[in-house]
Design a protein around this ligand. Structure first.
Ligand code: PHE
Length: 342
């Protein structure tokens, strides 16, 4: 018995010396300490040992078992530490590498410009109102003094949903609403989308944005309109902008005007954006027609007002030198990514 204990110790120590990895160690443990291993055999053989020798032999077996477990535990700790440091050496982290850049979205150039325009006009004393995109013929046309046979009501220009419901053709659909809901002084802007059944070209689209402004009070004059418009354009373009007021007809204003600014794309030299005239129309404007004031419940004997409807796309095209209105709606990132902040 003693002999085989010594042999097993010998074999164990030899096997131990050959171990290189934790999995080698695992195999040795199973072999020597496992249920079918030599230690268990020795334990089983104990009953055949003469009773007087049993305590001594038993102690030897136990000593061997203890030797095996402590040797294995120590080696295991050493191997784990070794393997971990090898792994870490492979996985080194270079903290000097620049961080990975996250893609941050941005507002659409039209939204950026609209935000800025609203901020300027709010700074000038206007408050913001929103009219509906889908509206009645009444608020889009009738209350604004459009005679029934007016060409703007024609199916060619207006997207009708039903005979009396349409997509608004202008933000002027806010006008009568604010008059009905408020006593003068009224000083509001109404930003939003408008829709027209037009041919899509570099200059015009079937939907675009307008910013309506309405100012009604005692003694509002045409000079107030011009002053507010000039002040606004100066703030937006951060320079004095040449404007041109051309008489024009809108049934809800009298007199009516179209406001042009000098074309900033070609600097007045002539390009397809300004139709080679050097001027670009940016707004329709005028003094609110007495009948429209009356329709909105305001006495034209006591009050007067101005209104304008400004096209957002044209302004942004001027601001950013964009040559084609269709770019705004094509969702081409190569275009959109160029606009960080206005
Ligand atoms: N609503 C007009 C248009 O869309 C513009 C306008 C607004 C004209 C206010 C005069 C006064 O063409």
């Amino acid at each position: 018995m003693q002999q085989s204990i010594d042999e097993i110790r010998q074999q164990f120590l030899q096997a131990l010396a050959l171990i290189k990895t934790t999995s080698d160690l695992e195999a040795v443990k199973v072999k020597f300490l496992g249920k079918k291993g030599p230690l268990q055999q020795l334990m089983k053989g104990l009953k055949d040992v003469a009773p007087e020798d049993r305590p001594a032999v038993g102690k030897h077996i136990n000593d061997l078992k203890e030797l095996m477990t402590t040797e294995c535990d120590q080696l295991e700790a050493k191997l784990i530490a070794q393997e971990e440091s090898q792994q870490l050496a492979h996985e080194t982290l270079d903290i000097t590498l620049p961080g990975r850049k996250r893609f941050i979205g941005r507002k659409h150039p039209l939204t950026q410009a609209m935000d800025q325009i609203i901020a300027i006009l709010v700074g000038m004393g206007f408050s913001v109102q929103y009219g509906p995109d889908i509206d009645s013929d009444y608020y889009n046309f009738e209350v604004l003094n459009f005679p029934l046979e007016h060409p703007a009501r024609d199916m060619q220009d207006t997207f009708y949903i039903s005979p009396h419901i349409l997509l608004r053709t202008h933000t002027s659909n806010i006008q009568a609403r604010v008059m009905e809901a408020n006593e003068p002084p009224i000083r509001i802007i109404a930003p939003g989308k408008v829709y027209r059944n037009e041919t899509i070209t570099a200059r015009s689209h079937v939907f675009f944005h307008q910013i309506e402004a309405v100012y009604i009070d005692k003694h509002v004059a045409f000079s107030d309109l011009m002053a507010a418009m000039d002040e606004f354009l100066k703030k937006l373009f951060k320079q004095d902008i040449a404007t041109r007021y051309r008489p024009s007809y809108f049934p809800f204003v009298e007199p009516g005007m179209e406001v042009d600014i000098s074309c900033l794309v070609c600097k007045g030299a002539g390009c397809h954006i300004c139709k080679y005239s050097g001027w670009v129309e940016v707004a329709g404007a005028g003094m609110i027609h007495p009948q429209v004031l009356r329709n909105g419940g305001i006495d034209p004997e006591s009050y007067s007002g101005f209104a304008w409807g400004m096209g957002l796309e044209r302004l942004v095209m001027m601001l950013k030198g964009i040559q084609d209105i269709r770019l705004f709606t094509e969702n081409d990132l190569r275009f959109l990514e160029q606009f960080t902040a206005i």
